[in-house]
Design a protein around this ligand. Structure first.
Ligand SMILES: Cc1cc2nc3c(=O)[nH]c(=O)nc-3n(C[C@H](O)[C@H](O)[C@H](O)COP(=O)(O)OP(=O)(O)OC[C@H]3O[C@@H](n4cnc5c(N)ncnc54)[C@H](O)[C@@H]3O)c2cc1C
Ligand code: SF4
Ligand code: SF4
Length: 414
């Protein structure tokens, strides 16, 4: 049985990634903003049954796939939580200005710049800040180092990173993609149906991701601080330090907030959509390289962040990813400071460990509640679930059921 677009949206599972609109075309689906303000697909007259069949196979809220099985088998190391990998390290962009401006320490930006400088790709598909609404992200194709650098930083608002992927696959010969793990899961899904994906995307880079912030939560935050959401014209969530201030500009004033004041003191306060809460791949299993933060317990320390130069935790998952890191070190684009291991990653990303273990229980809870739920493909879902004792499994299962019921009333408040 196929899920309709409305069902994916009404169940609170749509991420607004734009892939369905890209493959079905503008006569079939248009991206717009739903009643909650977030990005959503809207079906038009041209939407066919074949379109819906394909969307059911590629939507990242219905299917989550990591690396293809053959690439997984080639990996030197396999960790039950962290998946296939070649190496794990702490590192930063070597140029101090890139390290400073970027979200954590500039690894993704430095790699993007090197890929263009060395002619390995013609363009980088990634995400810059949107003009309007300024809290959103917007897909962009960067062809120069300056363009890559201008899009450094994290976009924590709704972002249709894949809205233009069909045109990009049509027009480009060799690109790298830097996008969220779920965007890469979606592209791995699409690769089964569209050979242009593997022909065109030469490097798959991602960030470790805890979730994005729904528009309603952003609006509530700025309103509580005396700002008018419609007047906000620029938002920089991070960068210019690690994590750097969250800077929100209106015509009348510029306000800076500490990351902890914007997101909350710990991960339990993060506001995010249902799909992010039940995400089974925030660790970027579909990527050649995944880069994240490296703070103990996943939150920065207020005192340390006054002068933290920034260190990325970096996982290379494939031989291609490892070769890229080696070349970036040899050419002086990035600097490795320390070798780390899965235990270190689990210490700095405890929420990701919990999400990996809970994946299957949560999907089963969603299904039991009559919701759509992503199928977890090639990511050790059963073995990870076996790490939960019976009480923990039941609690995750019941929690997902409750959230699925609540999502029908308020998708971003579950
Ligand atoms: C929504 C979100 C949630 C995150 N949650 C966590 C977390 O829980 N734990 C953790 O360790 N790290 C998290 N990160 C990752 C972290 O913020 C940094 O992106 C990561 O450490 C890489 O740092 P960097 O300095 O190498 O990135 P940069 O060099 O600044 O490059 C970032 C790249 O990511 C692209 N990008 C930014 N936002 C988006 C977006 N919304 N969609 C697609 N591409 C985007 C940019 O275009 C840029 O190319 C999150 C990032 C995002 C966007
Ligand atoms: S493909 Fe993306 S935008 Fe379309 S329904 Fe799925 S998550 Fe939403
Ligand atoms: S938490 Fe998962 S679903 Fe949410 S934005 Fe991150 S990768 Fe995508």
């Amino acid at each position: 049985m196929h899920a309709s677009l409305d069902k994916i949206v009404d169940d609170g599972l749509c991420l607004g990634c734009g892939l369905c609109a890209a493959v079905a075309g503008p006569e079939a689906i248009e991206m717009g903003r739903g009643t909650d303000g977030d990005l959503r697909p809207f079906a038009k007259e041209g939407l066919t049954n074949d379109d819906v069949t394909l969307i059911n196979q590629i939507c990242p809220s219905l299917r989550i796939e990591g690396l293809p099985a053959t690439r997984q088998a080639e990996a030197t190391n396999h960790d039950l939580i962290w998946g296939p990998y070649e190496d794990m390290m702490l590192a930063h962009a070597t140029p101090e200005d890139v390290r400073y401006e970027a979200s954590t320490a500039g690894i993704l930006t430095a790699l993007g710049i090197m890929l263009l400088d060395t002619g390995k790709v013609d363009a980088i598909l990634h995400v810059k800040a949107a003009d309007n609404p300024a809290n959103f992200g917007q897909a962009t194709l960067s062809r120069t180092a300056a363009e890559v650098r201008a899009a450094a930083g994290s976009r924590y608002g709704p972002t249709a990173a894949l809205a233009s992927i069909n045109d990009v696959l049509d027009s480009e010969k060799a690109i790298a993609v830097i996008a969220k793990p779920c965007d890469l899961n979606a592209l791995r899904n699409l690769a089964h149906h569209d050979k242009r994906v593997n022909e065109t995307i030469h490097y798959w880079l991602t960030m470790i991701c805890g979730g994005f912030q729904p528009d309603a939560s952003f609006r509530e935050f700025v309103t509580n601080h005396g700002l008018i959401p419609e007047e906000i014209r620029k938002v920089r969530y991070r960068g210019y330090g690690c994590p750097g201030p969250t800077t929100i500009e209106s015509p009348h004033q510029v306000m800076d907030f500490h990351y902890l004041d914007f997101w909350g003191e710990d991960e339990s306060q993060w506001s995010m959509p249902l799909r992010c809460k039940i995400c089974a791949d925030g660790i970027g299993e579909a990527a050649d390289i995944a880069a994240g933060d490296a703070w103990d317990g996943a939150s920065p320390d207020r005192q340390d962040s006054l002068d933290d130069p920034g260190f990325n935790s970096v996982i290379s998952r494939t031989a291609a990813g490892q070769a890229l890191l080696n070349e970036a070190m040899a050419r002086g684009y990035i600097t490795k400071t320390e070798e780390v291991d899965p235990d270190f990653m689990s210490r700095v990303q405890p929420h990701q460990v919990a999400k990996k273990k809970a994946g299957l229980a949560r999907m089963q809870g969603l299904k039991e509640a009559g919701s759509v739920a992503p199928e977890i493909v090639n990511m050790r879902a059963e073995e990870l679930s076996a790490l939960l004792d019976e009480d923990a499994y039941q609690s995750e299962y019941e929690g997902a059921k409750r959230r699925a019921h609540a999502a029908r009333f308020s998708p971003s408040d579950t």
